[in-house]
Design a protein around this ligand. Structure first.
Ligand code: COA
Length: 259
């Protein structure tokens, strides 16, 4: 696929995906959702990429759904828009590699919902967060309710959803939405430093850990533990498990080969 709104660069096992619609602060239209779905499908099948960073150009991560594109739609057409957006989000959430959101600016509405699908969220200190849908006479239907309630709890999620108020990075960190806040000029350096830490691990174990976290959250404790045990046993089929434990007894750093 030829991408109009996404850029991909690769360096030493890291894939950096940049959302690139700066004229509209990276608002997410149907075409962008389609491209995200396609790119993350390609990434999952790319052996050269073991960790992904998702970021945006300019002063925005994603400023929500493209309001101009959806404002005149009927309910049937808007449902088609939602289906495409959901496919893209689910593709990011389900992609086997860890995905780090490097949030460089506005992270609003559908953009916050995309960030919720990433595994780790690092933001520059000047980023802005919120679910302004209520101010447009709509609700955040792309996980902004379902996923956010699970991540930060009912009371804080309801406050964001009902008021549509925005908050800064420190507030988003405090409420448990973010993993880290960093100086704005350091965002990509810090995101890459986190990526490098993940790249030093066994990608096999990391992929299983991601699957276990994402699937287990919707299961009973017993079912989730059964699944975790299954992945634990599968790790023992890898060279990386042998290397990790051998390195421990030899008191050296493990050199994982991701196989
Ligand atoms: N959809 C479509 N266009 C958008 C957009 C969106 N979600 N967010 C920003 N844009 C466009 C603006 O319309 C403007 O285009 P124009 O220059 O042709 O008028 C351009 O991006 C720059 O935005 P602007 O509002 O001038 O920038 P700002 O710095 O003054 O304000 C925001 C930034 C993010 C606070 C403001 O753009 C905003 O509130 N956006 C909508 C956020 C939202 O409600 N998201 C949820 C959608 S469901």
């Amino acid at each position: 696929m030829e991408y109009k709104s996404l850029l991909l660069t690769k360096e030493n096992g890291l894939g950096i995906v940049t959302i690139n619609r700066p004229d509209v602060l990276n608002a997410r239209n149907n075409e962008l959702s389609n491209e995200m779905y396609d790119m993350f499908t390609a990434i999952e099948n790319d052996p050269e990429i073991r960790v992904v960073i998702l970021t945006g150009t300019g002063k925005s991560f994603i400023a929500g759904a493209d309001i101009r594109e959806i404002m005149e739609l009927g309910s049937v057409q808007v449902e088609a828009f939602l289906i495409m957006a959901r496919r893209a989000r689910d593709r990011i959430y389900g992609c086997k590699q860890p995905v780090i959101a490097a949030i460089n600016g506005f992270c609003l509405g559908g953009g916050l919902e995309v960030a919720l699908c990433c595994d780790l969220r690092i933001a520059s200190e000047t980023a802005t967060f919120g679910l302004p849908e209520i101010n447009l006479g709509i609700i955040p239907a792309g996980g902004g309710i379902a996923r956010l309630v699970k991540l930060i709890g009912m009371a804080r999620a309801k406050e964001m959803i009902f008021t549509g108020d925005t908050c800064d990075s420190q507030a988003a960190l405090k409420m448990g939405f973010l993993n880290q806040v960093v100086p704005s000029g350091k965002l990509m350096d810090e995101a890459k430093a986190m990526a490098a830490r993940l790249l030093s691990k066994s990608s096999i174990a990391l992929n299983y850990a991601k699957k276990s976290c994402n699937s287990g959250v919707d299961m009973s404790l017993a079912a989730a533990t059964d699944m975790d045990e299954n992945y634990f046993c599968r790790c023992f089929a890898s060279e990386d498990q042998k290397e990790g434990m051998q390195a421990f007894v030899e008191k050296r750093k493990a050199n994982f080969k991701n196989r």
